[in-house]
Design a protein around this ligand. Sequence first.
Ligand code: SAM
Length: 303
Amino acid sequence: MSKQVGQDAALQVATPKRTKEIIARHGFSFKKSLGQNFLIDQNILDKIVAAAELNKTKGALEIGPGIGALTQKLADAAKVVTAVEIDNRLIPILSEVLEGQSHVEVVHGDVLKLDLRALMERRYADTTGVSVVANLPYYVTTPILMKLLEERLPLEHIVVMIQKEVAERMAARPGGKTYGSLSVAVQYYCEPELVCTVPHTVFIPQPNVDSAVIKLSLRSAPPVQVSDEAFFFRVVQGSFAQRRKTLSNNLGALVGKEHREALQQLLSGCGVDPGRRGETLSLEEFARISEALLESGLVAQIN
Ligand code: SAM
């Protein structure tokens, strides 16, 4: 008979005792370089899964299942689960923990190199929506999230545990110290919501930083219209190049000294004081400046 993981609390791996038992029995040693910090707290796992709004018609894509703590919960909550794990030493452990769960597939690979669109087409055709749900490896949090967003994968939500400070930057509003190009990039694609903060004590081994769960709900369309996205993001990045400098100075570096005056006029024409700093600008203001700069030809277009 297959194991009914969700119905038998004794089989849940996310307890200190079970996690230690599994890693000892398999002779597993943690690799810091792969961001391996395994969750050992059922309540936090339940909060992550609840935030993803899954049901038995939905699909879940997990990145970095580890020994399967979150995967077990996703298997209970979703119709189809795919878990992508880079470390081949974890594959036999996952097979054991997830035994009998035919709707769960573990894919061995580096998520940054996988064709996720093809994987989604193969796995989730019979679902009514897919969300990414993961306790991400912190050394590659931003590249993974930017891949998911920039590839415009058909996702409903991305619910991830990440470093608290990075979660705060993603959800920051204009005017705050943590607002920057990452906030603008994430908010261009999603509506962010901080779900909860998580102390470092609920992991084995314990990371050096505190964590947070963030929920990113994908927008059906960006909140601002820009005619060249790459150019828009270049302007945003340029505006934050040196945080303490004004827009006039930071964007001045993009347009060149000889065009400083034209830049000041352009910013004023957009209703933005050239003396402001990038950290005070809304997405709408960045979009306005980007469109005006593009039209002016002051910054060469990006192909
Ligand atoms: N989900 C498990 C949990 O919550 O206990 C483990 C989370 S642990 C923070 C991150 C996991 O991501 C590890 O299992 C690690 O091996 C895996 N990982 C690291 N880099 C990866 C990559 N590029 N692609 C896929 N998995 C990766």
